[in-house]
Ligand binder design. Sequence first.
Ligand SMILES: Cc1cc2nc3c(=O)[nH]c(=O)nc-3n(C[C@H](O)[C@H](O)[C@H](O)COP(=O)(O)OP(=O)(O)OC[C@H]3O[C@@H](n4cnc5c(N)ncnc54)[C@H](O)[C@@H]3O)c2cc1C
Length: 496
Amino acid sequence: MTRRVNVIGGGPGGLYVARLLKLHDPGLEVVVHERMDGSQATFGFGVGLTEATMRNLEQADPETAERVREVSYVGHELRFAAPDRSVCLHGARNLAVGRAELLRVLGEAATEVGVDYRAGSRADLGTVTGDVVIAADGVGSATRTKLSAELGVRTSLGRTRYMWCGAPFAVSSAFFAAAQRERELFVTHAYPYAEDRSTFLIEVDDETWESAGLGGFDAATGPGETDEQSVQLLEKVLADQLRGGELLTNRTRWSRFVNLGLDRWHSGNVVLLGDAAHTAHYTLGSGTKLALEDAIALAGALAGESSPSAAFAAYEQARRPAVERFKQLAGRSQRWWDSYRWRADWPAERLGLSYMTRSGNLTMADYARSEPTVVRTALEWLGTAPSGDLDEWVLAQPLQHNDLQLRSRITTRAGLGPVEEFAWSDPDVWGATEVGAGAGPLLLTGSADEFWARVDLAERLRLQTRRCVGVELPQSARAFAATSIGAGRADFAVLN
Ligand SMILES: Cc1cc2nc3c(=O)[nH]c(=O)nc-3n(C[C@H](O)[C@H](O)[C@H](O)COP(=O)(O)OP(=O)(O)OC[C@H]3O[C@@H](n4cnc5c(N)ncnc54)[C@H](O)[C@@H]3O)c2cc1C
């Protein structure tokens, strides 16, 4: 019978699992060790949460959900701002909360039910004991490093660099925008999270990094300090977005996102949750959500199973499918932002359609239901006056590219004639260095399982080499084919 649980890390995942454990079993001894002592501000500014996440929190613990809602900022739409105009991506369904506020609410909720919360207590596997040790120590988890052989850790770094800043006012709607200075491109993801606060997350690619000399600024910044020179540069470049004001910082410096996956989330009496176990790129805004939902599943499993090892297995089995699904969606989102430079001069409507369909969980028709005019305007790059059923309209458009002439965008292998073929099913489309040199039309082929990876490679090749690229897709993916072509990811599709 589990009597004592030690939690390493008092982030959202660690605090929430501690509270839920005590709610399930008040007799349990639960200790949370958090290395920050409260006098140090936590990293990051606001985080976005969805209504779906809030519903999960409401079900698990209505009182805490209500308090999170009380400190959240709601009611802002999301827009894509191109240099000429901006378009609506979706209406007022966003909810954001300051990370520090969220931690305060979760910390209070945990201590109220008797969790022993020890701020300023750095813990590790050598110093904590207990029937169960929950490692909620974030993406840099020392626990994971210690157990890496047992857990099967895979990491890779994102291609762009980002800075997580704030601004001392609430932007009127969440937005994406890019500020261009010669070849330098500073991409902003901004959203309000309080009456007087916004998150400003700024991304740069390698070209910008080198051209703007950001590497030099970074090298001159000591550990734990803010990169003041970069911040000053950003304040100048983003002056319009910042209304001429300042960026708020907090040990803020350039980072690369750590993509993390584990073969197993537990070993012996230790179980990992949240960022310690998995990451999903921030452009999907789901890391906190995944950590909180892990906490719900783990607390439930520990309450319902007879031994910690059975509970850990049940927890991992319950959570892995959802986590893998989010990682896949987030990976596609990450690659979309990685390749943003090649779309930077697109009109706002095309950017909007491409953005909304980037991960594959929304189709063109889904977006057209809320923003029909934006989608019709976006499709004008394919032909005049898009109308009627937009999927069928896209697929009916002819294609003429040098010697390749097609009456519609859907064809058969025989109808294509001789074209170069290349088999592809790897999500890492940046690894495909062996393709792309030719000039004629190219057909990407492969199994029915990972067909979206072919579309991502097609998009990259179209953007970078302007080659005419088609994709082989399963018959069932007709709407996906129309979305991919309408959004400029592929020129044509062969349905099998
Ligand atoms: C730029 C950026 C933007 C993001 N935006 C969003 C968003 O909009 N929406 C969203 O849902 N998510 C977002 N996220 C993700 C989110 O911040 C994380 O997924 C989330 O914080 C994970 O929670 P966690 O509890 O697992 O880990 P963390 O929040 O990292 O907490 C880990 C805690 O463990 C503590 N700790 C570490 N080691 C020790 C030790 N040895 N002893 C004691 N304590 C220790 C740390 O101090 C920290 O408090 C974003 C992330 C980034 C990088």
